[in-house]
Ligand binder design. Structure first.
Ligand code: NAP
Length: 510
């Protein structure tokens, strides 16, 4: 079991109190806890509460009370989380995150399996969202320039205020246990939206650590967060999700996860017309044209694909290489991968870690089997014997050629270290293949630099495009998907405005 000063309680937090799951009426304790397992060895890292509808309802009530108090004329100044207070709080939290960088990374690796190097990068990435959020307070109110209001409305001041939308719920996946929460929590705090968060059941510990740090930040002078502003529940996703979607007090559902679950949540939210922010699955193409720097493209691809062992939404899923250079590119890729070693993320010798769990390993093996059955060829790795939980859910780096749209891995996220290579004859075919999916999250283009590369990149229907870089999103630029990869943006001022309603005040000046 993990021992960490950031996890003094492996519990949820509702209305300012660390709590266990409720006892059921029969007093049976067996279903009140869930285990967090280390994907590298199957060891139990922690036991956390398995909460349900009742705890979620109380968390929503706590958040709602904070909001009601903020909108009440006789509001208690103690419960008022002013812009100044929110800014001081964010600054205190940033300082805590920086101080605890190593310990947060250790927690992430133990519950998620990614290498410590990846986890440190995740903590830094998460911190940048809080830093970026501090820059947008001035954008929460804007005056419409008088000359834009028209002659007839001269003498009237038009002000656009971005006010908190209402209670927000934040649902996040296991592949970035801290960063996905950081994107949402930073935006909600900057906007002044009280919230209830639910992390993935595989990885609740980074979330608990973040709440420990929020509790610590709230003690800094002037930075006190009202009790009930930030609530944390964990447990049965169906029951918790349904309670969140059905409650009329919840006005924003901010979800990061798979497209099927996102669709279901959107449908359920329609009943109470909630605002939804959906960061969903991807199917990123990686296009390599003649004239591209091949060594640079291979290197960028390996870094992009092996981050979190291929388990990120912006990981390359389909590699499309021009016919004339496909062989040379594949050989260079295999050479580079042969030198890399998977293993326990805590071992500094490991280049990439295990997959999150058995189900994930089975899915990758099934997609590889399907592609081979339909004519793909193995150039590296392939179909390993299934590991046991005690040895970690390692999947070796695998390179397949001859991958095409008939194969499952072309349409679905592989979410593993499998490099699926197909080819194209010309630009038109490349763009058509790249866009031929219902996803539109990320894409990467490697081509000779210049205007035609820029023009080509702009033909892709994706929210994030890397042109001669495999780099993913940053906090200072908006990120999100097109088509079935989602609705809304995180990062930059866009990530704050996801939690705001637009309100206009037209004031007649005397
Ligand atoms: P998931 O199964 O959709 O789960 C995501 C979150 O939703 C978890 O907290 C999960 O809780 C919860 N959930 C599951 N079923 C639910 C339901 N019926 N009602 C309410 N909540 C429910 O996704 P995942 O496997 O954790 O994550 C991988 C997916 O996330 C991939 O598709 C990846 O591309 C996507 N992703 C997208 C982005 C982006 O920015 N676009 C970023 C990261 C990941 P439990 O764990 O308790 O079931």
């Amino acid at each position: 079991m993990i021992k960490s000063h950031l996890l003094p309680h492996a519990l949820g937090l509702i209305d300012g109190k660390w709590i266990e799951a409720d006892q059921n009426s029969s007093g049976d304790d067996s279903n009140r806890w869930m285990e967090v397992l280390n994907p590298a060895n199957g060891h139990i890292v922690a036991r956390v509460p398995r909460m349900g509808a009742a705890e979620t309802e109380r968390a929503i009530a706590a958040a709602s009370n904070v909001l009601e108090a903020a909108f009440s004329i006789s509001s208690d100044p103690e419960q008022d989380f002013t812009e100044e207070g929110r800014l001081l709080f964010l600054k205190a939290l940033i300082s805590c995150l920086k101080t605890e960088r190593q310990e947060l990374a250790r927690i992430i690796t133990l519950e998620n399996g990614k290498t410590l190097r990846d986890s440190l990068a995740e903590v830094d990435y998460a911190t940048t969202f809080f830093e970026d959020a501090t820059r947008h307070f001035a954008r929460l109110s804007e005056i419409v320039p008088e000359e834009h209001a028209g002659e007839a409305l001269k003498g009237t001041r038009w002000v656009v205020n971005y006010v908190p939308t209402g209670v927000a719920v934040l649902l996040t996946p296991w592949n970035f246990p801290l960063a996905m929460l950081a994107k949402k929590v930073s935006g909600a705090i900057a906007a002044g939206c009280p919230f209830v968060a639910k992390p993935a059941s595989e990885t609740p510990l980074a979330a608990i650590a973040l709440w420990t740090l929020m509790e610590r930040s709230s003690c800094f002078a002037g930075a006190r967060m009202p009790r009930g502003f930030a609530n944390l529940v964990m447990g049965g996703s169906k029951e918790i999700g349904e309670t969140m979607c059905d409650d009329p007090r919840v006005r924003v559902v901010s979800f990061t996860g798979s497209t099927p679950v996102g669709k279901m949540l959107m449908e359920r939210c329609a009943k109470t017309i909630k605002r939804t922010s959906m960061e969903l699955g991807g199917n990123a193409p990686f296009l390599v044209f003649q004239g591209a720097d091949l060594a640079g493209a291979v290197s960028a691809l390996v870094t992009n694909k092996l981050r979190a062992s291929g388990q990120t939404c912006v990981c390359t899923n389909r590699i499309l290489v021009h016919d004339a250079i496909a062989e040379e590119f594949t050989a260079a890729l295999c050479d580079k991968l042969k030198a890399l070693k998977p293993g326990d993320g805590m071992d500094s010798q490991s280049d990439f870690g295990p997959l999150i769990h058995e189900k994930a390993w089975d899915k990758v093996a099934k997609l590889v089997g399907d592609a081979l059955g339909k004519g793909a060829k193995i150039m590296l790795g392939g179909t390993p014997a299934k590991p046991s939980a005690g040895t970690g859910w390692i999947y070796p780096a695998t390179v397949l050629t001859g991958v095409n749209p008939d194969m499952g891995m072309w349409r679905e996220e592989i979410f593993g270290p499998v490099f699926a290579i197909g080819s194209f004859r010309d630009e038109a075919e490349a763009v058509q293949l790249a866009n031929g999916t219902m996803h539109g999250l990320a894409a990467y283009v490697f081509a000779a630099p210049g205007e035609s590369a820029v023009r080509l990149a702009r033909k892709l229907k994706c929210g994030h495009i890397g042109l001669n870089t495999g780099s993913g999103p940053i906090a200072a630029a908006p990120f999100g998907g097109m088509k079935e990869s989602g609705i809304g943006r995180e990062g930059a001022v866009h990530g704050v405005l996801e939690f705001c309603e637009t309100q206009v005040v037209a004031e007649k000046l005397s």
